[in-house]
Ligand binder design. Structure first.
Ligand SMILES: Nc1ncnc2c1ncn2[C@@H]1O[C@H](COP(=O)(O)OP(=O)(O)OP(=O)(O)O)[C@@H](O)[C@H]1O
Length: 271
């Protein structure tokens, strides 16, 4: 229990450098939470922290010597483990920091041009029956998937997307990944959906489901066979009747603070 005398001692020892210390740690924790929020890594991290806290509380309350020893000596190992587990997210954050500086770190992503380009491109691809998968990266880094494809690194536009998916063009196979208003790569191989219920779908649709099961990315699929447009999100596929309604769905998912609810919700339910 903290005694009033202890509190006075702590306050007396609190100097300017202590304040800087606390501030830097707070910024670091904020940056880490911001980086991991909404990712699968965050769910895992929550589980690890909860388990760790249970051990700390039990160890202290019951004076468990071995548990207390392990807790005290596992912090360094946990930090090293976290760096290994979250390597893709950390790599992506450093990459973003290098490209955009601190302003890019604190800026929230802007999707206006992406929504416009993807919905217009999907509309044209749908009419032409040109098959396509367009993956929009959000918080979870997709570096592993990007590295399976061919680097493009060009500003997103409907013309670029429709020409990539033009049949027999060298990059029309597999998926395109968009990050920060740029088409970063094409020809990317996505993980296929794991749910046996999805086995009756073709591989293009299973690939779109697969990437959205594993991450918070959003994928737009155009079927070569039927020309139908679908949106995959959180491992669920929702058909979208046309370009206008695709735009509404994309706005609702990517810019929820300003958008109206779409006529077709991306969970499959009509609203
Ligand atoms: N792992 C993958 N990642 C990304 N794209 C993939 C993957 N596997 C297959 N594809 C794409 O899916 C195409 C094959 O689609 P397929 O006809 O099997 O599926 P589908 O869902 O029925 O699509 P469609 O309705 O367009 O015919 C491939 O040519 C390739 O472009």
């Amino acid at each position: 229990m903290l005694q009033p005398g202890h509190l006075r001692d702590v306050l007396e020892q609190f100097t300017f450098s202590s304040a800087v210390d606390v501030l830097l740690i707070a910024v670091l924790i904020y940056a880490a939470l911001r980086l991991l929020s909404g990712t699968r890594a965050m769910t895992q991290l929550r589980g690890v922290i909860a388990l760790f806290l249970v051990f700390v509380v039990l160890g202290r309350a019951l004076d468990l010597v071995v548990i207390n020893y392990l807790v005290e000596h596992s912090v360094t190992a946990l930090l090293v483990g976290a760096v290994i587990i979250f390597q893709p997210e950390i790599r992506r954050a450093l990459d973003r920091l290098g490209r955009t500086g601190l302003s890019g770190w604190f800026r929230t992503a802007e999707y206006g041009d992406v929504i416009d380009a993807v919905s217009r491109a999907a509309g044209r691809l749908s009419v032409a029956h040109h098959g396509a998968i367009i993956v929009i990266e959000r918080e979870t880094g997709l570096q592993d998937v990007i590295e399976t494809g061919v680097p493009v690194d060009a500003r997103v536009s409907p013309e670029l997307l429709t020409s990539i998916f033009f049949p027999n063009s060298p990059l029309h196979d597999m998926a395109v990944v968009i990050r920060d208003q740029r088409v970063v790569a094409a020809g990317c191989v996505l993980p296929l959906a794991s749910d046996p219920a999805d086995r009756n779908l073709g591989t293009r649709h299973r690939a779109a489901l697969g990437i959205t099961e594993a991450t918070d990315a959003l994928a737009v699929v155009v079927s070569e066979e039927t020309g139908e447009i679908s949106v995959a999100l959180n491992g669920r596929l929702t058909p979208v009747p046309d370009e206008r309604r695709l735009r509404a769905v994309l706005e609702w998912v990517l810019e929820p603070q300003t958008a109206e609810p779409p006529p077709v919700a991306p969970t499959g339910a009509r609203v």
